[in-house]
Structure formats: C-alpha cells, structure tokens
Design a protein around this ligand. Structure first.
Ligand code: NAI
Length: 385
C-alpha cells in the first residue's frame, strides 16, 4: 500500500498521547508525518514539528494555518489526528472533515451531543472518515473476544462488567497541577470529568465486545477531591439495546490501581476476562468447564490474527493496539480511493457513530447523577429507534 500523508493537531512536546500516536502511526510504514500544528504555543509547535522531521513549510503555528496551508496541495494530508484538549475537538474535526480530509479524533469526540451529531452528519455528507480513538479496541485479544461473542460461543450475554479505574489523580495536594486540572474544568473538559475521560473507553469496549449499544443508564457521580467541579469517580449501570446489563466503574482516585481497564463478559455458555495491563492473555471459562488461557497469537479468529504482529510469548501492547486503529484506517482510506470494500478483518476502527454514542452517554450520566441516579435514555437523538 502507498504511504498516506498524515498530520497532527496537538500532541506537542511533553504531551501524554502525542508520542503514542506518532509511534503507532509509524509502526507499519503506512503513514508519513507530513504536517502538524502540534502545540497551543505556535513557536513551540513549529520548533518541535521540525525537530521530529516535519518540513519547515508544513510545521504550522496553529490548525487554521495548517488547514489553509494544506488546501490545494497535491500532497496534502490524507488523515489528520486531533490530539488536543476535549473542548477544541469539535471545531478542528469539523473544519478538516469539511475539507474532505479524514480525521482520527481523540476521545471524547466533542463535548455536547449537538456537536457530536453534527460531526457524524458532516462525515456522512462529505464522505470523509471520522474515526474516534478508542485505541484499546485495537488489542488482538479484544478483537478475539468480540469474535467469540459474535460466533455465539458465550451464548446470550447476560452481564458485562467493565472498569477503568486508576489512582493518578488522587493527590489532593497536586489537584491544581495544570496538566491534570483541565480534566475537571468544565470550560476545557465539558460536562463530565472521569466518565468522559475514561468511563467512555470502558463503555465503548463493552459495546465493541458485546455488539450492543447503551439504551439507558443510571449513574452515581462523586467528586472525591472537593475542589473539583467535575466528578473523579462514577458508578454507572447500563441497559444495552440487546438486553445485556453493563456494570461500569470508573475512577481517578483509586490509589493502587494503575491503568485499570478490565472487562468481564458473562454469557449463558461461558465467561471471558481480559485486562489491559496483561493484554496477551484472555481467560475463558466454558460453563461447567475448566478455566482456559488463550494466548495472543494462538487465538482462532481472522480479526485477532490480523491485529497480531509478533510471535506468541513476546509482549506487544498498547502501541500495537493503537497501530491497529491506524492500520484499519489506512485500509479504509485506500479502499475508498479504489472503490472497493475494505478487508472485513480491518473493519474495526471506532467511528463517529461510536463517538456520538459516547457523548450521548456522557450527557445521560450527567443528567442521571444530577437526578439521584434516575434511569435516563442514553441514546443519541439520531440513533433512537
Ligand atoms: P496534554 O495536555 O498532555 O497535551 C495536549 C497537547 O495539545 C499539548 O501539546 C498542547 O500544547 C496541545 N494543544 C492544546 N491546544 C491546542 C490547539 N488549539 N492547537 C494545537 N495544539 C494544542 O493532553 P493529553 O493527555 O495528550 O490529551 C489530549 C487528548 O487526548 C484529550 O482529548 C484526551 O482525552 C485524549 N487522550 C486519549 C487517550 C486514549 O487512550 N485514547 C489517552 C490520553 C489522552
């Protein structure tokens, strides 16, 4: 496959997620980092862009200059990754989609349901792909879980228990650190703190694995550090549209918990268990049978096989998971250009519809928590049927 031209907005020097994108996008040689507006500080952004190999003429001071600069170039960027703070995602993603440039937007896709509806509609209208970086769905064994559920090996799914709980924001004395503060500031993070930051990863993973979407939910929010305007802990019960119940806990004050993204799926015929910190083993227990460990590289589904890069027994991890999102996107972009259907095993990148569902779930959780945990419709207006 010919290399695609790729650009980044945000993800500047010292940012958390920027380096993960650059390593993952480079991994398969499918993308060339050709342009970027990498930092809120234009001079720092231009300087850093050139230090990581972007040509001076395409090391932009801000994203509007990048949009203008790329417009009309024969080698303009094919895909742009948006890795800025949440409240800026909508304006940037919308502008690039309108230009017909494919977008991989960091989560949460937007901060309001109206914006998310607009992004989904804009992608539909312009024909540009808007993907959302639920990168943990790129793990081979997560894709295998989805395949096992879809093949009916668990029977009807009764319950899915998901957690995304870490303890990195638990120090009250460090709560005003600007790198952390914005996540609990409604002006920059939106309606929700921890649920929007991590809870939606867990909910998206539950949807990805079960093949069901949230219909209604009930939430209890806590701001364990009292100065925070937004919640740093949430317990959410979700009724999915296929009948599965999801129990979801997310926290940033769970001292002793590190990454803390775990999923368990319980069906009529067996149960699965997977944890992001030990991603190369999937635990499978058939009903009345023995517990088994499925090792990455030995999972019998084309989806897991495509997502696996190195031999069983050597650790892979998050960079490969995110690289799988990029590899799926490259396949989708090439397929659109060539007017063919994409490889079905590559059809797993999260889309604007997934991003929209998450924003609707965030709004529903905020409303439910404010109403003492009342059940609230969790579906976006355009996807209620
Ligand atoms: P960060 O605060 O570490 O870095 C943000 C970067 O964006 C900085 O380089 C900053 O200078 C730059 N920036 C801010 N405004 C900008 C603008 N208008 N134009 C250009 N650059 C701008 O933030 P972090 O943790 O990297 O998060 C960024 C986004 O990625 C957030 O939306 C967050 O929710 C998401 N994220 C996703 C993860 C995932 O697993 N998918 C993990 C971590 C973050």
């Amino acid at each position: 496959m010919a290399r695609l031209n790729w650009g980044m907005i945000g993800g500047g020097e010292g940012s958390q997620i920027g380096p993960v994108h650059r390593i993952s996008a480079a991994m398969d040689g499918l993308f060339t980092l050709a342009a970027g507006a990498l930092d809120i500080d234009p001079a720092k952004g231009r300087d850093f862009a050139q230090r990581i190999g972007i040509a001076p003429g395409r090391a932009y001071g801000d994203w509007r200059a990048m949009l203008a600069g790329e417009r009309g170039r024969p080698d303009r960027v094919d895909l742009v990754t948006v890795a800025t703070p949440n409240a800026t995602h909508y304006g940037i993603a919308k502008a690039f989609l309108e230009e017909g440039i494919h977008v991989l937007c960091e989560k949460p896709m937007t901060v309001t349901v109206e914006e998310a509806e607009d992004i989904a509609a804009t992608a539909q209208r312009t024909g540009a792909i808007c993907a959302v970086n639920y990168g943990y769905t790129g793990y081979p064994l997560v894709r295998h879980m989805r395949a096992m559920v879809a093949r009916g090996e668990l029977g009807r799914i009764r319950l899915c228990v998901v957690e995304f709980s870490h303890g990195f924001h638990a120090d009250a004395a460090d709560a005003e650190n600007p790198r952390m503060r914005w996540r609990y500031d409604p002006a920059l993070a939106g309606l929700s703190g921890q649920f929007a930051d991590c809870g939606i990863h867990a909910l998206n993973m539950a949807s990805f694995v079960t093949g069901e979407n949230a219909r209604e939910l009930s939430a209890d929010f806590l701001s364990a550090i009292a100065s925070r305007k937004l919640e740093d802990d949430a317990m959410v019960n979700v009724r999915m549209d296929g009948g599965t119940r999801v129990r979801l806990w997310t926290s940033s004050v769970a001292v002793g918990s590190f990454h803390g993204l775990n999923i368990r799926v319980f069906g009529e015929k067996g149960g699965l268990r997977w944890a992001q910190q030990w991603p190369d083993q999937l635990h499978w227990t058939p009903l009345n049978g023995r517990a088994q460990v499925i090792e990455r590289g030995a999972a019998d589904s084309p989806d897991a096989a495509r997502a696996t890069r190195i031999a069983t027994g050597h650790s892979e991890g998050m960079l490969v998971a995110f690289a799988n999102i990029y590899a799926d996107l490259a396949e989708a972009i090439h397929a659109r250009r060539e007017g063919r259907a994409p490889d079905p095993a590559a059809g797993h990148y999260p889309t604007a519809a997934d991003g929209l569902r998450s924003i609707a779930a965030i709004k529903a959780a905020v409303d439910s928590a404010a109403q003492g945990g009342q059940w609230v419709d969790a579906r976006p207006p355009s996807l209620r049927r």
